[in-house]
Design a protein around this ligand. Structure first.
Ligand SMILES: Cc1ncc(COP(=O)(O)O)c(C=O)c1O
Length: 405
């Protein structure tokens, strides 16, 4: 950092510390702009982006077609209201449904809001079945968001605790433990209104769910007329080499949630509900002022168009194969890696030691990457990542790991 930039960074930091609530543990850097898979700080230092704003900027930074579509929309109108119809909403809903499951879409602004809507869908479905206390099942180590019902469905004590009573009748099952799943359905049987799960547990350490576990969840929910809901907020929009991760499992959920990369950086979330359950939430039961805002819908519609028209899904599979191959080599060359896991460009590298110091050192050397669940390095780059930058980024990771005590 030059002294001029240091002063600029210090002033940004001081202003932030003075006026922003101190809810985040931030790294000492302020990004200024991005180009493709590179992101730049105040001093024009470039960093390879293995984070994509936590699985948001799937198209990379400064995507020209996306920007043009947003500019055109900004010239027309930013916001009207859900009191009226919107062409942009209707077109987005159509493209979501045409690329996923027959059904309908509710639009909101974030992941936690999408999961709030899923929570209400499951609860309401239970109430419609005359269940006095509808039970919602969720997975241990999961993350679904920070609002009350989303945090109540989150299987991580550090997220859940400290705010008094949580939403009632939510119970947790151990991920990939079929006995635990069977036991929960035996215990709550006719009271289960639904189960929510990430197909790759993200924040909880990049843990892919096994096919047999997910298939069992499908079977048990069908048998009990309860809803199988997938949280595709991190795994959706091409991240795993399919538009949605459930496509790898060869089966359909009753509902799923989206956010993060849906708008390529413009905030938008969605709950997608299959045909069978599209009438559970009736007029007046849910809503949002901003949900499905004209600009947000254009961002999401254009995101679909770009992913599909540029064969980004195939690109993800190719790059992923090469990265997994290289990571296995780094595992051998460094002896610091316990396991490499994940799917597509949702990759977890579990170390034998804490991952945050590795991430801090990578940042100093020009690689932005994430630490989660204590010992896991999470690699979630833009889907457009080139093999050159993938290699450069992994070279940095390897050199940092080799030098770490
Ligand atoms: C799987 C999953 N669900 C929900 C959320 C919450 O999304 P948001 O931060 O947009 O509320 C996240 C965020 O990290 C997530 O990873």
């Amino acid at each position: 950092m030059s002294s001029e930039t240091k002063t600029k960074f210090e002033s940004i930091k001081n202003l932030s510390d003075k006026y922003l609530l101190n809810t985040y543990n931030r790294y000492p850097i302020a990004f200024s702009y991005g180009v493709g898979e590179m992101i730049f700080d105040q001093d024009n230092n470039g960093y390879i982006d293995f984070l994509a704003g936590i699985a948001v900027s799937n198209l990379g930074h400064g995507e020209a077609d996306l920007i043009e579509a947003l500019r055109n929309q900004m010239d027309k109108i930013l916001h009207s209201s859900n009191l009226y119809y919107s062409e942009e909403q209707a077109k987005l809903a159509e493209v979501i449904i045409e690329n996923s499951i027959p059904g309908k879409v509710f639009l909101c602004n974030s992941g936690t809001e999408a999961n709030e809507a899923a929570f209400k869908l499951m609860r309401r479905h239970g109430i419609n079945q005359n269940i006095e206390k509808p039970v919602i099942l969720a997975l241990q180590s999961s993350f679904h968001g920070r609002t009350l019902s989303a945090m109540s469905m989150t299987g991580n004590e550090s997220v859940r605790s400290g705010f008094g009573e949580l939403a009632a009748d939510i119970h947790f099952v151990e991920a990939n433990n079929e006995d635990s799943l069977i036991q929960a359905f035996e215990q709550y049987g006719g009271s289960v209104a639904g189960i929510i799960m990430e197909l790759i547990i993200g924040e909880g350490g990049v843990i892919p769910l096994s096919h047999s576990f997910v298939n069992l969840a499908r079977k048990l929910t069908e048998e009990t007329n309860s809803l199988l809901v997938f949280d595709e907020i991190q795994t959706g929009m091409g991240r795993t080499g399919k538009m949605f991760c459930f496509e790898h499992y060869g089966m359909y959920p009753d509902a799923f949630t989206l956010a993060k990369a849906l708008g390529s950086g413009f905030p938008i979330g969605a709950l997608v509900v299959s045909k069978e359950y599209e009438s559970v939430l009736e007029r007046g039961m849910h809503g949002s002022t901003f949900g499905g805002n004209h600009l947000a819908c254009v961002a999401a519609y254009e995101t679909f168009k770009i992913i599909l028209s540029r064969n980004l899904l195939d690109h993800v599979s190719t790059i992923s194969e090469q990265m997994f191959h290289r990571l296995k080599q780094i595992m051998e060359s460094t002896g610091k890696i316990k396991e490499v896991r994940g799917r597509g460009l949702h990759i977890g590298v579990e170390l034998y030691s804490e991952s945050r110091p590795v991430v801090e050192e990578c940042l100093k050397r020009g690689l932005v990457v994430n630490s989660t669940a204590g010992k896991v390095i999470r690699i979630i780059p833009p889907l457009i990542l080139s093999i050159e930058k993938a290699t450069e980024g992994l070279d940095i990771l390897e050199s940092v790991l080799k030098e770490m005590k």
